[in-house]
Structures are given as C-alpha cells and as structure tokens.
Design a protein around this ligand. Structure first.
Ligand code: GLY
Ligand code: MN
Ligand code: MN
Length: 445
C-alpha cells in the first residue's frame, strides 16, 4: 500500500517557524498540539474522521492519534511528532499508516516517535520549559495527560528540574495566524469555492417540481466528491418553500413544489478548507411576483456588502451596508413601516433579517480569528476571507400580505480581501436572476 502523494511540507514548516518565533519572543517554551480523537458512532463504527484544524495547520498530517510538540527556546526550535506506529495487521484491516519514521520525514519533523512513548517522554519535554502553550479545556482526556506529565515534572523538583510556570492558550497565537491566509491556503480555498460553485450549478439544473430536497442534496454531494472534496464543510441546507425560513434546516426530506423557492446553503471541504455558498432560486426555474422582488432586494444588498469588502473598512461595514439596503427595501415592500432610521434603530428589520452578514472562513466554516480588538471591529486586511450572506425570511403573519408568506432567501459568497478590492472566490455560482434562469434552463453560455 502506498503513502498518499502530492504533499508539500514547506508551508506547514513555515507556520511552525512563525509560531516558534512568537513563543521565543514571549520567553520561550513548549507547545503541545494534539489532533482530534476518533469518535464512536455506534458499536464498532466511528464517525468519519476529521483531524484537528490547528494540528493540521502546523503539520498537514491527517492520521488520528498524533500530536505535535514544538520546542522553542533561545537555542533551538524543534518539532517532534508522535504518531501511530506501523502495524501490519491493523493496516490490513484499516489501511496505510505512515509510522513515525516516514511521518517525521514527510512533515519535516526533527524527531518522530510512536505515540506509545508519549507518556514517558512528555515530562522531560516539559521540564525546565518556562511556559507550556496548550489549548487547556479543549479535550479533557488530553488535559488529564498533560496534568499528569506536569505533576511528574513537579515530583522531580528535588532533582533540580522545574515545571513550566505558565500555561498559555496556544490558540490565541494560532487564531491570529489562521486569520490571514497564505498563498497555499488561498489556492486551496479558491479550488474549494470552484467545486462548490459547480455543485450549486448542478443543483440548479437538477431542480424541478416533484423532486425531493434530498435528491438535490445528493447532486451537491456527488459534485463535491467527484472533484476530490473529502466531505461537506457542514451539513448541507436544502430547504424548499417554508423550510427556507428555518435558518439551520437540515432535514432535507420534503418534496419541492412549483411556485416555491429552494434555498441551498452548502459548501465542500477540500484538503481541510471550507467553502460556504448559499443560493436561492425558484423550483420551476422562473423568478416571479413577490419572490422576484424580495430576491432583487437581497441581491442588491449582497452586491453592496461585497463592494464594502475593502481596505479602510472594518468587519462590520458590509453588515451595516446590507442592513441599510434591506431595511429600506422592507419599507418599500411595505413589510415594515416607519422611517429607515427608526426600523434600524429599533431593530425592527430583524424580524426578517435576524442573522449577521459575515463570518471568517477558512479551515473551519465559522473560522477562528478575533472580530473585535479593544472593543472595536477589526479593520479588513489583505489575506482575510469572510462570507457575505444577507437574507430575508418572511414567515406567515396576519400583517403580511399572503404573497410574501414563506419566502426565505439567502445569497452567500466567499470574499478574499485584497489590496485591489474584494476577490469573490465563489463568483462561478450564478446569482443574477437572468443567470440563474439560464442555468436552470440549461441555456447558460
Ligand atoms: N453555512 C453556515 C453559514 O452560512 O454560516
Ligand atoms: Mn456562512
Ligand atoms: Mn452558508
């Protein structure tokens, strides 16, 4: 059995070097970053395995039962990998595993050991380190292992060894690094976005009255997987008619009807990076009546919010921009009454637009990274990737004309901030009315 191919360790090594630099600048120490455990689903079946994002960010290694120990002192930086040992029988049953020698070479570690040796080696790795950089509280089993190792070091105090005086959350440093995507990450995110856009086009072409939501979900998954995506980045939302007004609808088990809209929020994960696209379109392929009016409103808000994704603006500017346009549109459509300032000030618009416009996007669909600093929204800077996803959701109510009932619309793109303005990674998914209608009719150019 062969090892997986096409692996470039350089970006991962560069990230380890950057983290080590920060640890050294703070006085030196050791970082411990474990990957995720396998999780049982039922009896002897596990959930599909997904590595830990932080561990992957620093190693590119995808096997379970692995941990990175990064030592960063004035004298040296050392990456030590612990992972599963080679095991002839288990590899017959479960597949290839690298083993420490090949895994260490692959990721460019300075040392690599079978994870059976971790408990024995950990105390000496922690001894005389000024600080431990570790995500305390993330995984209780790991916390227990770390505490045991620290206590072993403390028990040896009379031999002159000291335990770290400080435990710092390594995620604070890593979150800030992950917020700014490097060129390798951007290339992967661009490809994840392209695959996801193709899946949305496929879904549009497969939609017609009488089909079930799960049939359209299957088209999305087919397109993700056939392009090499390992799994969806989150559970796909395929919501026809009234279901579109349930923001996190995932049952996906209802039939689609002419005269209703279909809202799809789905994105693939490719090589650890998420795409996140929402599109909304008519089941019968033609935008008509109130649905057309509300769609045009959400689209204009979304385009204006994307245009606001520029240096000089902050994370909240696209949201404010979208809210201004949506609230004015709700007044124009007579869904709300009063002045624009009043409906924004009172949050009356939130009856129909109750979520925010953006989140960071990266290895995790709701990616890490601070949104505010010292109480102020962060400025947008090159390398950040965020979603722009305004919507409008109108539930049946006596004070709302029936023509608007059950219209639920969200339009979501993924935007890379660049010095030259917004770079919409997901632009290959149609969103203008005529482009969607042409795609659904199979006449798109
Ligand atoms: N798909 C999750 C979100 O749009 O935030
Ligand atoms: Mn999103
Ligand atoms: Mn989404």
């Amino acid at each position: 059995m062969n090892a997986p191919m096409n692996f470039n360790p350089a970006p991962f090594a560069a990230r380890r070097a950057r983290l080590a630099e920060q640890i050294r600048a703070a006085g030196g120490g050791v970082a411990i970053i474990p990957t995720s455990p396998e999780r049982p689903r039922n009896r002897d079946s596990d959930y599909p395995y997904r590595h830990d994002s932080y561990f992957h960010y620093l190693t590119g290694f995808t096997e379970p039962d692995a941990v990175l120990v990064l030592c960063a002192s004035e004298a040296e930086t050392k990456s030590i990998l612990f992972c599963r040992a080679k095991h002839e029988e288990r590899e017959i049953w479960d597949g290839f595993r690298f083993g420490p020698v090949a895994a260490g070479e692959r990721i460019g570690a300075d040392e690599a050991w079978p994870n059976e040796e971790l408990a024995e080696r950990l105390p000496s790795l922690l001894g005389d380190q000024p600080a431990l950089w570790y995500a305390l509280g993330h995984d209780t089993a790991w916390d227990a292992r770390i505490m045991e190792a620290l206590n072993t070091v403390r028990a040896n105090a009379r031999s002159g060894v000291s335990a770290p005086a400080e435990i710092r959350d390594v995620r604070v440093a890593l979150d800030e690094m992950r917020l700014f995507k490097d060129s390798t990450e951007i290339a992967t995110m661009r490809r994840a976005a392209e695959i996801t856009a193709a899946a949305h086009r496929r879904a549009m072409q497969a939609t017609r009255p009488g089909r079930f939501e799960y049939e359209i979900e299957a088209e999305l998954l087919h397109e993700f997987r056939r392009n090499g995506s390992q799994y969806p980045a989150y559970t796909s939302i395929v919501a026809g008619g009234a279901n579109a007004c349930v923001l996190h609808y995932i049952s996906n088990d209802q039939p689609l009807r002419a005269g209703e809209l279909l809202l799809i929020d789905a994105g693939c994960e490719l090589d650890s990076y998420a795409a996140d696209i929402s599109r909304t379109f008519p089941v019968n392929g033609r935008f008509e009546g109130a649905a057309r009016d509300v769609y045009a409103l959400v689209l204009s808000a979304q385009k204006a919010a994307i245009a606001a994704c520029r240096i000089g603006n902050n994370f909240n500017t696209p949201h404010d921009t979208a809210v201004q346009i949506l609230a004015q549109g709700m007044l124009d459509l007579k869904l709300l009454s009063g002045s624009l300032d009043e409906v924004i000030e009172s949050n009356a618009f939130r009856r129909f637009y109750m979520h925010r416009t953006s989140h960071w996007l990266g290895m995790d669909v709701h990616d890490c990274g601070e949104y505010k600093r010292a109480g102020q929204w962060r400025n947008l800077e090159p390398g950040m990737v965020l979603t722009i996803e305004p919507g409008c959701y109108i539930r049946p109510a006596e004070d709302i004309p029936e023509a608007f009932w059950n219209i639920g619309i969200r339009i979501e793109d993924d935007v890379l901030i660049t010095a030259n303005g917004p770079d919409v990674l997901t632009s290959a998914a149609p969103k203008c009315i005529k482009d969607i209608e042409a795609c659904m009719a199979g006449t798109a150019g």
